[in-house]
Design a protein around this ligand. Structure first.
Ligand SMILES: [Zn+2]
Length: 101
């Protein structure tokens, strides 16, 4: 997976389409990512204690990495990522401006 934690991404599918967000977590095994405050799902919280009310809370749900595009911090465009190999390290590059990110 090319997206990393802390990356800025643009959602290209689903109800939050065209919104930008920051990656809070990545789940490489399932190819999913979690964005801060986006892709919210409503869940019903049951009362735990007596006298407490059940409530509807919104939590951020992970979404598929295929539903987002990386946003380059250098040129600000939604771009695909490539790799350049420099000796031992493999660095990501923005395919739009060619800068290592
Ligand atoms: Zn760029």
């Amino acid at each position: 997976m090319r997206i990393k934690k802390g990356d800025q991404v643009l959602i290209i599918k689903g109800k939050d389409k065209k919104k930008k967000g920051k990656v809070a977590r990545t789940f490489p095994k399932t190819d999913k990512i979690l964005l801060e405050g986006l892709n919210l799902k409503k869940t019903h919280k049951r009362p735990r204690k007596e006298g407490e009310k059940g409530q509807v809370v919104e939590i951020a749900a992970p979404l598929r990495v295929a539903s987002v595009m990386f946003v380059c911090p250098k040129c600000g465009q939604a771009a695909r990522l490539g790799y350049v190999v420099k000796g031992e390290s493999k660095n990501r590059v923005c395919k739009k401006c060619g800068v290592e990110v």
